[in-house]
Design a binder for this molecule. Structure first.
Ligand SMILES: [Fe+2]
Length: 385
């Protein structure tokens, strides 16, 4: 995100002699996108981040499409997928196109390796669970309802502090996640009236420097494959960094919903923009407040857009038959709208407690084969009374 942050100790000038107690130089590393012109951070390590002793390919990570391309509305009950495994290695592919790939994972163990996604930025929605995202740039504590934005190239791993289930919705993007441009002024600062601002965005808050040598495996995603490389020292050996390129968290509960006298369209719920899609948060809020308003949305044909909703609670004003953990796909080519009775039922209601994450893509999505086992195949007929 475009605000300057620093942690740890830094020399007065960039690219200046900066020595450790034993007289050796700290090792600088610039991490950033768009070559040397995009947003970046400058890290100072104890040891060179380049000292790889071994590499081996773990496996391909390509995505397989559902072969049935019959155009219809789809519904998947993600929480019914088998739970367990690693937050990285056991992600179940959900929906994808050339701009993004989305996954769902319900891990039950911590990884013994570090992870770097080099082919995409990641947005994690923590539906359930609590822990710490440990990164080279410091720790980001997280809990249920948090979005974690992890720019590509940031080395990290998850540590959990909750005993209950862990559930993550993962969106891996070809572009990069940021607050929508219309929320920011020409300096990048969030403007007054934006639904969240810098005080809600949580950068790493503790930088822990590990001075250890040995064998440290790092799993890297690149070329639609996973490669394991072994580093000869602990990769979290940064003593200080500064810049604009870092992981950060935002709670969906810190998104301040906008409400109107009559229905406002989904762009008021927009939380992130990215190349080829947007992400919106539907949060608990008072309903549209004119006594004659219809708070449930009107039918709409989302031309040039596929719409995906992850239901982060079992309540959603316009839907029936969905459950906590459902994902619906309303593809371009078919109009969609409230289920029968929902418009009428919404009139006069004072508020909604719905909680949902929506991603709308500008190019069609493919369904991954791996979620067909939890598909509600009758969903497309659910508007028939
Ligand atoms: Fe919609």
């Amino acid at each position: 995100m475009p605000f300057y942050t620093k942690l740890g100790k830094l020399p007065k000038k960039r690219h200046q002699v900066f020595r450790q107690a034993d007289g050796s130089l700290y090792q600088e590393q610039l991490i950033g996108n768009k070559g040397f012109t995009g947003i970046a951070s400058l890290l100072h390590h104890l040891r060179p981040p380049t000292s790889v002793t071994k590499v081996r390919k773990l496996r391909d990570a390509g995505l397989e499409r559902d072969g049935n391309q019959t155009l219809r509305h789809r519904h998947f009950r993600m929480h019914r997928l088998p739970a367990g495994g690693s937050a990285i290695l056991d992600r179940v592919p959900l929906l994808f196109n050339g701009d993004l790939a989305s996954f769902f994972v319900q891990p039950d163990k911590e990884d013994d390796f570090f992870y770097r996604n080099s082919q995409g930025d990641e947005l994690i929605y923590v539906a359930d669970g609590e822990g710490v995202l440990e990164t080279q740039l410091g720790n980001v504590p997280f809990r249920s309802g948090d979005y974690l934005v992890i720019p590509r190239g940031i080395l990290h791993r998850y540590r959990y502090t909750s005993k209950g289930p862990l559930r993550f919705l993962v969106i891996e993007a070809g572009g990069y996640f940021r607050a929508p441009q219309r929320y920011r002024n020409e300096h990048g600062q969030m403007i007054e009236g934006a639904p969240f601002n810098e005080r809600d965005m949580r950068p790493p808050e503790a930088l822990i420097t590990h001075d250890e040598t040995g064998e440290f495996p790092i799993v890297v995603k690149q070329y639609d494959a996973l490669t394991e490389m072994t580093l000869d020292h602990h990769p979290f050996d940064v003593v200080g960094w500064d810049g604009y390129f870092f992981p950060w968290a935002l709670s969906i509960h810190d998104f301040e919903p906008h409400v109107g006298r009559f229905h406002l369209p989904p762009p008021v719920h927009q939380t992130f923009e990215c190349e080829g899609f947007v992400v919106c948060s539907f949060c608990p809020r008072p309903y549209d407040f004119d006594p004659t308003s219809v708070p449930a949305p009107y039918n709409h044909a989302n031309v040039m857009s596929d719409e995906v909703i992850y239901y982060a609670s079992s309540e959603f004003m316009s839907r029936k038959g969905i459950e906590y953990g459902s994902v619906t796909l309303h593809p371009d080519g078919l109009p969609h709208g409230p289920h029968p009775g929902r418009m009428e039922a919404s009139i006069g209601q004072p508020r909604t407690d719905e909680l949902a994450v929506m991603y709308d893509t500008f190019r069609p999505l493919y369904v991954a084969k791996s979620v067909l086992s939890v598909e509600d195949e009758e969903y497309y007929r659910s508007w028939v009374e």
